[in-house]
Design a protein around this ligand. Sequence first.
Ligand code: MD6
Ligand code: FE
Length: 221
Amino acid sequence: MSSITLDLFADHEPEQQPKREQIAEQSWVLRGFVLPWLERLLPELDAVLAAAPFRQMVTPGGFTMSAALSSCGTWGWTTDRSGYHYSRQDPASGKPWPPMPEVFLHLAQAAALEAGFAGFVPDSCLINRYPPGAKMSLHQDKDETSMAAPIVSVSLGLPAVFLFGGFERGDKCQRVSLFHGDVVVWGGVDRLRYHGVLPIKDGQHPRLGEQRINFTFRAAR
Ligand code: MD6
Ligand code: FE
């Protein structure tokens, strides 16, 4: 094994990880899939966040989300007291969301294809920042107009335990550990499965510091 390969998998468990893990009929974890894209991805991420900084949002129920959010692409996802919305404008600036960088689009399409979803064209990339202690409660991604396209979810930085459930909130959940560079893709018959993230544990990631960053690519409209 070359030193480059070792470095690529430095965030993973020392034992061999299967490249592709099936977690439901049309749901896959692609281990380390992002790592070869990272040096092109991170500068574009910085540029997007300079134009549309992370902000904490309030749910319709009045709770402030512990993860901070931003978006890029034609549609950005927001929440406030009136509900969940896709909007063309960043409510913080009144300007359109930053365009989706080409490398984001290509990564999302490559991951979707690897999971069996050809022709994925995301028009929205929601970017979440989880400091230690932040979590995402169980939910379904159901604000998109069509359920035909998958969700492509990229994990960077601190590890997380991803909960992947069934079609009712109370269904039993799988716990899937996600590490820097992993991608989860779910769609088709699994598109409306409940999912969430347990509170992020304290830690320092060598590249991204004291945080987990998650991108979720969607076809919103
Ligand atoms: C994750 N995130 O962070 C999964 N969904 O691994 C989500 O499922 C998600 O972060 C809707 C809105 C924000 C999110
Ligand atoms: Fe979600």
